[in-house]
Structure formats: C-alpha cells, structure tokens
Design a binder for this molecule. Structure first.
Ligand SMILES: Nc1ncnc2c1ncn2[C@@H]1O[C@H](COP(=O)(O)OP(=O)(O)O)[C@@H](O)[C@H]1O
Ligand SMILES: [Mg+2]
Length: 456
C-alpha cells in the first residue's frame, strides 16, 4: 500500500530529517574494490527504461556479475525492459511489503554486504522500504525516507519552506472551503493538485469560480482512496508564455577521500504539452544567472535530504527567476537524454554513486559539444488496444523515411505489450540549432511510432 502521512507526521518528518540523515550517512561506506568472489549487489526496484539504464551500466562498465557487480531487477510484469539486462529478476507486486522484503532479502540476506537498493518506481510499499532502510540497515537509496517526502507534495513544500527556497505561492487544503480560501488569497487562476499523485492525475487549472468546486472533486476522485488533501498553487501563466522548465539533477556520492559530497549535472530543459514526459534536451537555454539559482536550490535540497545517489529537482524558469516545483529522489525521465549527451548517463551515475564509488566532475560533463541533443518520446498510438502485443518494428521503414542528413539514434525499450500512449522508445537527434534538433527528433519519433506493428 501507499503510505500516507497526516499533516502532523509530515511536519515531524521534515523536522527529524537532520537526525535521520546523520544516522544513515553514518552507516554508509565507500566501495573501494569490486570482486567477483564477494560481489556487490545492485537491486532496481522497478525495471522500466530508467532501471534498464542503471542495470545495463553494471554490465557495460564493470562486466556485471563476473566483474563483481550482480544486478537484480524487480517489476510487476514479465518482459520488463531491465529484465533481460539484469543477472536476476523477479516479477511480483511491489506494493506488497512482505514480498518486497522477502525478495530483497533473497538477494541481500545480510545488509552489511555491499549493496544498493534503487527505488525506480513510486508504486511500491514505501513504508516497508523505510523500515528496511532505517531499522535494518539496508542501503535504500537515495534515502529510505526520500519517497515519503518526494511523493507527498505537502511534505515537499514544507521542506522547501524550511530551506527558504523560492516556489509558487501555495496552500494546503482538505475541503472545498479550503480550496476556495486559497483561491481568494492568490487570485485566479490557481492549480489544484492532489497531495499524492504524479503524471497530472487529478490536477486541474482553475480559471473561474465555477470550476473551483469541480477541481476539488476531481482531485479527490483521482486520489484513488489515498486521500482528500490537495495543494493549491498560484498558477504562473508566464511559465507557458515565456518561461521554460528544467530538471536540475544532483548526484550525492563519495569522493576519493571518502567524504559524501554533491555534484550538479548541467540543467536539462524540457517541454510537456500533456501530463507526462515528452521531450528534453541538453544543453539548456536558460541564463547563467538562472542556472546558478537552479543549482543552488537543488544542492540545498540534496544536502538536506542526504544519503547517496541522484536527486532530480523540477524547476520553472521565467527569465532569471526560478521556482522550485518537485523533487524525485531518483533518476528522472527527462534525464534519459543524458544517455547521449553526458559522459555518464543518469543510470550509470545512480549505479556508481549508490554503490559507494566516487564520481568526478568529468563524468557529468557534456559529451557532445557545439550541438543541442534532443530526446523525444516514441509512444504507442491512442487507438491501440490495451495489452496488444508488439509484433515487429520495421527498421527499413524508419531508415528510408529518415533520409541521410539526420544525426541521431533510436532506443527501443522492448516492452512486450502496449496500451494507448505507452512509452515504447525514445528518439534522439542532435543538431547545431535547437529548433532543428527538436523538429527532427519529433519527426524521427513519429516515424518510429509508425514502424511498430501490434497484434490485439
Ligand atoms: N504553479 C504552476 N504554474 C504554472 N504551471 C504549473 C504550475 N504547477 C505545475 N505546472 C505545470 O504542470 C506540470 C505538472 O505539474 P507537477 O507539479 O510537476 O505535477 P506532476 O506530478 O504531474 O508532474 C508542470 O511541469 C508545469 O508544466
Ligand atoms: Mg512534475
């Protein structure tokens, strides 16, 4: 089950983080050697494309189990992307705490052995993960309490408040009246978001007084029993009009002296016409003044939360102004573009940092210079039947359609079945001009979408 905190528990958790951080960091040790005889175990709890990126890095960079790193991936369906890349895999419902604990202990019976547990997805028993991390000494990364804060918009806002970070004006509400009061305080438009959702579920932008009532009901319906609490934010129309969105990724890791430090990746810019990830690119076009504020905010968050591994902070940038929005205590889908644009992608960085190996600045630098590299999602069509199986992908059709002058790459995730809008792959294109790279990445993505044949 998803663990939901009360208002009191949230405030208490944020107050306690300082001591929780000290406790877990005190137990962390750097990984100084890898050995096939006593291998380190990396468990990806969730094995989608983000898990795949980390799991394949174990093989690519270290030779996998034979090199001294055993990779294990969990997910809830057969044929998940990281399944064939990992040395071992398990298919089960990760919301079931007993199973989650049992499977983790199957591969890491003794928490003192070198290992890392990467929570790749949100739909897991977060309370059990917390218990394993805090009470039993398992290395749940980036921290055992990370999901509790990051999946809960209210806890996230309380943390931002505590750190003095800039964000859109917000209020907590658990009733229609509360939503109304917040709207009066900020003035319309506002955006109403359930405390615990992602991908836009239950969120609505409210422009008229009449829509206000509806927004609260909509939110509660989509909370799927996880509650009737919402966050009301002042809607920033300038964001869509002249602003942009970035993800500032920070990796916390051991340095060569055995100290835990934080290193920022370059900001990743992205657009999302709908509710989910659509396209992202590197380098970003934001000003240095804004970039510096982005780094500053993200570093404060990562250093406050602590642990080791990746934090991804979503930020709105309007001119030189930065609004902190959300945090993921894990790699982020907008960061998939790092596969082609950084010396080390976010999956490899997650693997290396969480196992306790050092990261240095050169690893997080751009690998392609003088160009923009754009990743664009390849989706299953809206008309596809839920559960339709992938029959084939027409490579010739793709190559013929693309022409010669396009520089890029296509990543097919290998998901066995589809549903409308499911992410099946990623198109990547680089070009000197950003507009050109974005247009071509979109063209490649749409062409790739047309090359999948599905069977109902
Ligand atoms: N206060 C706001 N003003 C303007 N746009 C917003 C605001 N909050 C969210 N958005 C837009 O909605 C998107 C999704 O909101 P977000 O809080 O990130 O929820 P989700 O969990 O669905 O990603 C953002 O990426 C941004 O484009
Ligand atoms: Mg978001």
């Amino acid at each position: 089950m998803v663990f939901k905190m009360s208002e009191k528990e949230r405030a208490y958790l944020i107050k306690e983080i300082d001591s929780l951080r000290k406790e877990i960091e005190g137990r962390l040790v750097p990984l100084e050697r890898i050995s096939p005889g006593i291998p380190a175990t990396f468990i990806s709890v969730g094995g989608g494309e983000l898990g795949d990126l980390a799991t394949t890095a174990a093989g690519r960079r270290f030779g996998g189990a034979r090199g001294g790193i055993v990779s294990v991936a969990f997910d809830k369906y057969h044929g998940f992307p990281a399944q064939d890349a990992a040395d071992y895999s398990e298919v089960f419902d990760m919301m079931d705490g007993d199973q989650l604990e049992g499977k983790i202990k199957k591969y890491v019976p003794d928490p003192r052995a070198p290992h890392a547990i990467y929570l790749e997805v949100e739909r897991i028993d977060t309370k059990r993960a917390y218990k394993l991390g805090m009470e039993e000494g398992y290395r749940v990364m980036s921290t055992p309490y990370g999901p509790l804060v990051c999946m809960d918009r209210h806890a996230t806002k309380l943390m931002f408040d505590k750190l003095g970070l800039n964000m859109a004006p917000w209020a907590y509400a658990d009733s229609e009246v509360g939503v109304q009061e917040a709207a009066e305080k900020f003035g319309l438009p506002v955006i109403v978001k359930p405390v615990m959702t992602s991908s836009g579920h239950g969120t609505s932008i409210v422009r008229t007084a009449k829509e206000l009532k509806e927004s609260y009901r909509h939110s509660v319906e989509h909370a799927r029993g996880v509650g009737d609490e919402v966050i009301v934010e002042k809607y920033l129309p300038e964001l869509k009009e002249g602003g942009t969105e970035i993800t500032q990724i920070v990796v916390r890791h051991f340095n060569t002296e055995g100290k835990i430090v934080s290193t920022c990746l370059p900001p990743i810019e992205h657009r999302r016409p709908g509710a989910t990830y659509h396209e992202s690119w590197l380098p970003s076009t934001i000003s240095e003044a804004a970039a510096s504020k982005c780094r500053d905010g993200a570093m404060k968050i990562a250093d406050f939360m602590g642990g080791i591994g990746i934090y991804a902070v979503e930020q709105f940038v309007i001119g030189d102004k930065v609004y902190n929005n959300e945090v993921a205590n894990r790699p982020h889908d907008t960061g998939l573009v790092t596969r082609w644009m950084l010396n080390m992608d976010e999956g490899a960085l997650q693997l290396v940092s969480t196992l306790g190996m050092p990261v240095d600045q050169s690893m997080v630098e751009l690998s392609r210079h003088g160009v923009f590299g754009v990743a664009h999602v390849v989706l299953a069509p809206e008309g596809v039947k839920e559960g339709a199986t992938v029959q084939e992908f027409n490579l010739k059709g793709l190559h013929t359609g693309l022409g010669e002058d396009l520089k890029g790459d296509l990543w097919i995730f290998g998901k066995p079945t589809a549903y409308p809008g499911r992410r099946m792959g990623l198109a990547f294109v680089y070009a000197i001009e950003l507009d050109r790279a974005r247009a071509d990445a979109e063209r490649m993505a749409h062409l790739a979408e047309a090359q999948f044949a599905y069977k109902e």
